[in-house]
Design a protein. Structure first.
Length: 107
C-alpha cells in the first residue's frame, strides 16, 4: 500500500542530530531500505520536515519504519495511506459502482 510519511524534526534535536551525523544517517537508512518513489524536504512550522511516498507491504512494519525517526531525531511522524491519480480514478469507479448497486437494491 502506498503511504505518505511526514517527519518533522524539532530544531534543537535536528541541530544536534545534524552535527552528530545521525540526521543524514537516519534519513538515508530509511531511503535505502524502503526506496521511496519520491522524497521532499521542506520547512514546516519552523522545523525540518521530510515527506516520503513509499510502499508498505504490511501495516505491522509501521513501528519499525517510524521508530528510528522517533528515537534518533525526536521527530513527530505521521503515516497516511496515499493514492496517485490512477488509484483515485480506480477508487472512484469502484465507489460509483457500489453506489449504483445500492440504488438498484433500494428500488
Amino acid at each position: 500500500m502506498r503511504m505518505m510519511m511526514k517527519v518533522s524534526i524539532p530544531v534543537k534535536y535536528g541541530n544536534k542530530a545534524l552535527s552528530e551525523g545521525s540526521l543524514p544517517q537516519t534519513v538515508m537508512g530509511f531511503v535505502e531500505k524502503y526506496m521511496p518513489e519520491s522524497s521532499y524536504f521542506v520547512t514546516e512550522g519552523g522545523e525540518r520536515t521530510a515527506i516520503f511516498f513509499f510502499e508498505a507491504k504490511d501495516t505491522a512494519d509501521i513501528p519499525s519504519i517510524a521508530e528510528p525517526f522517533f528515537m534518533n531525531l525526536n521527530a513527530s511522524v505521521t503515516i497516511t495511506p496515499a493514492m496517485n491519480l490512477d488509484d483515485m480514478r480506480s477508487g472512484i469507479e469502484k465507489a460509483n459502482k457500489r453506489i449504483h448497486e445500492q440504488e438498484f437494491q433500494l428500488s
